[in-house]
Write a new protein. Structure first.
Length: 233
């Protein structure tokens, strides 16, 4: 079954180009032209991934992203023509998994779509088939790869698929330090064009969920001038 992509942008030429190329790759495409229509289409169509512009009428993409994240961990790629760093960081803070700055290359966008879909959480049937998969325990943190779930003190954490993948990668390489560039390549799954700040923002969000005190983390640590690593205890 082909994956369904929701494309949200008020610029018709952008929508037409993106939809055309996604169709060529075999994806089913649903289109919305503003933030409110995005939420309606999301509820009705249940897409596998959302490509979401920031600057839109009625409701901007940041607010739409926030509302989607309140009910779903579906991968979200933000589109932005803005140059300000704060918009990109805010999108990631609200739960977006990735962003592409306009003007963008179609090949780059398709690579981001494929990489994010590969890391989408498995559905219930997939999880059932993997029920006997390894359960990894690191102190009060448990990673259940069969259920695609991470628990802290026995309670499941509300993580995006990117946060899950990043935690699993660091934890299964316990105590090994990775640079931001290495994490982008290993976890994001493609050659990331430029902005290593994405890793910093994701790490910050992850610490707020995993650590008892994010200001003095015990699991996800920083090696100054080098990168990040996981410490089981």
């Amino acid at each position: 079954m082909s994956k369904k992509i929701l494309v949200v942008d008020d610029e018709k030429n952008i929508v037409d180009i993106v939809a055309f190329n996604l169709h060529k790759e075999g994806y089913e495409v649903v289109v919305a032209r503003d933030g409110e229509a995005c939420l309606e289409a999301f509820e009705k169509e249940e897409p596998d991934l959302v490509i979401l512009d920031i600057m839109m009428p009625k409701m901007d993409g940041l607010e739409a992203c926030k509302k989607i994240r309140e009910k779903s961990q579906v991968p979200i790629i933000m589109l932005t023509a803005r140059a300000e760093e704060v918009d990109k960081v805010l999108g990631l803070e609200l739960g977006a998994d990735d962003y592409v700055t306009k003007p963008f290359g179609v090949r780059e966008l398709l690579a981001r779509v494929k990489a994010n879909l590969r890391r989408k959480a498995p559905d219930a049937a997939d999880a059932a088939e993997e029920a006997d998969a390894n359960i990894l325990t690191f102190g009060n943190i448990t990673i259940d790869t069969g259920r695609y779930e991470i628990r802290k003190d026995g309670a499941p954490l509300d993580l995006t698929h990117r946060e899950y993948e990043l935690t699993k990668f660091l934890a299964t390489n316990n105590a090994k330090v990775f640079s931001r560039e290495q994490l982008l390549e290993s976890v994001w799954g493609y050659e990331y064009y430029g902005d290593v700040r994405t890793v910093d923002v994701t790490i910050r969000r992850l610490r707020s969920k995993i650590e008892t005190n994010p200001e003095t983390p015990k699991h996800i640590l920083t090696r100054r001038g080098v990168g990040y690593y996981f410490q089981s205890e």
